[in-house]
Design a protein around this ligand. Structure first.
Ligand SMILES: [Zn+2]
Length: 275
C-alpha cells in the first residue's frame, strides 16, 4: 500500500494459480471470454460517491477486475453501518479507505484500487491525475451529479444511478460523450438541495448497483452477452408505478441547459455552476 496526501493505493496480491487450476474469475471469464477480461483489466473506472449504492457498485466492479479510483470525502458514521454495509471496525474512517482495505484483504486478483478521500470537486480543483476510461456517479444530490455530467461530457462515459428516498424505486442512466446528458434525461428535477437518504434499506441499492455494474461492462467491451438497448433504466420494486418499469433511449435535447452548449467546434466553457 502506498499513501500520500491525495489518497492511498491498494494493490491486492493475487493468489497464484497451481498447475491446472481454473482462473480466479472463472465464471465471469466463461461468460465474457479472455479478450473481454483483458479489456476489463485495462479499463480504469472512477467511482464517485461511495454510499449505499457506491460501495456495492465498487465491490462488484472490483470483483470483475476493473482497476478503480474511489472518490468520496465522507467518513463512516454509525448510521452508515447497516444501511451502507460498512464494518464497525471502520467507524470514523473515510469510506474510500474502508473499501480499499476490504478489497486489499479479500480480492483474489491484483487490480489496483486508489482511494481518494475527497469530493469530486476537490479532485478537479487539485487536478488529480485520475484519467478514467469510464466513470460512475452515485452521489446523493442532483447538483453534484450535474457537475460530474458536465465535466465528463466530452471526455468519458458516465453511469449515473440513484434511488428514491422510499427505497423501492431506482434508476440508472448512461451518459456517453456527445449524446444525451443527465439533464436531457431529467429535465424537470430541481438541482438545488440534497436528496434525503435516511432509513434506506439495501434492497434497491443492490438492484441498482447490479444494473450499473452491467452498464459498465457494456461500455468496457463489446460482447453479445453484454448488450444494452437503453440509456435510461427505471425500476420500481412495488410494481405499482408502471411508468417506472422502463428501459428507454433518451435522445439529446438541442436546447438542454447542460449539454446544449457543446457544439462540435466550440471549446469547453467554464465549469457548470449551480446557482
Ligand atoms: Zn443535455
Amino acid at each position: 500500500m502506498q499513501s500520500n496526501k491525495n489518497g492511498m493505493r491498494f494493490r491486492p496480491t493475487p493468489i497464484p494459480l497451481k498447475a491446472g487450476q481454473k482462473p480466479l474469475r472463472f465464471s465471469f471469464q466463461e461468460i465474457v471470454g479472455h479478450e473481454s477480461i483483458r479489456r476489463v483489466d485495462n479499463t480504469p473506472v472512477e467511482v464517485i460517491g461511495c454510499g449505499v449504492i457506491g460501495r456495492r457498485l465498487a465491490l462488484s466492479l472490483a470483483q470483475k477486475g476493473y482497476p478503480l479510483a474511489l472518490v468520496d470525502h465522507d467518513n463512516i458514521e454509525s448510521h452508515n453501518l447497516l444501511a451502507q454495509g460498512y464494518s464497525k471496525q471502520y467507524l470514523g474512517l473515510p469510506k474510500v479507505m474502508a473499501i480499499g482495505h476490504d478489497l486489499y484483504e479479500s480480492l483474489p486478483v491484483g487490480n489496483q484500487i486508489i482511494a481518494i478521500p475527497k469530493s469530486f470537486r476537490e479532485t478537479v480543483t487539485a487536478k488529480l491525475p485520475i484519467d478514467p476510461k469510464i466513470v460512475t456517479c452515485q452521489t446523493h444530490d442532483f447538483a453534484s451529479r450535474m457537475e460530474v455530467a458536465y465535466h465528463f461530457y466530452l471526455q468519458a462515459p458516465v453511469v449515473f444511478s440513484g434511488t428514491s428516498a422510499t427505497a423501492n424505486m431506482g434508476w440508472v442512466f448512461v451518459q456517453q460523450p456527445g449524446q444525451a446528458c443527465l439533464r436531457c434525461a431529467f429535465p424537470a428535477v430541481k438541482i438545488s438541495g440534497q436528496a434525503p437518504c435516511g432509513g434506506m434499506s439495501g434492497d434497491i441499492a443492490e438492484v441498482v448497483a447490479g444494473i450499473a455494474s452491467y452498464a459498465v461492462d457494456t461500455l468496457a467491451f463489446d460482447h453479445p452477452d453484454r448488450r444494452r438497448t437503453w440509456n435510461l433504466f427505471k425500476i420500481d420494486l412495488t410494481g405499482l408505478a408502471p411508468q417506472m418499469h422502463i428501459r428507454d433511449r433518451i435522445q439529446r435535447n438541442p436546447d438542454c441547459e447542460l449539454c446544449g452548449e457543446f457544439k462540435e467546434s466550440r471549446p469547453r466553457a467554464t465549469a457548470f455552476s449551480v446557482a
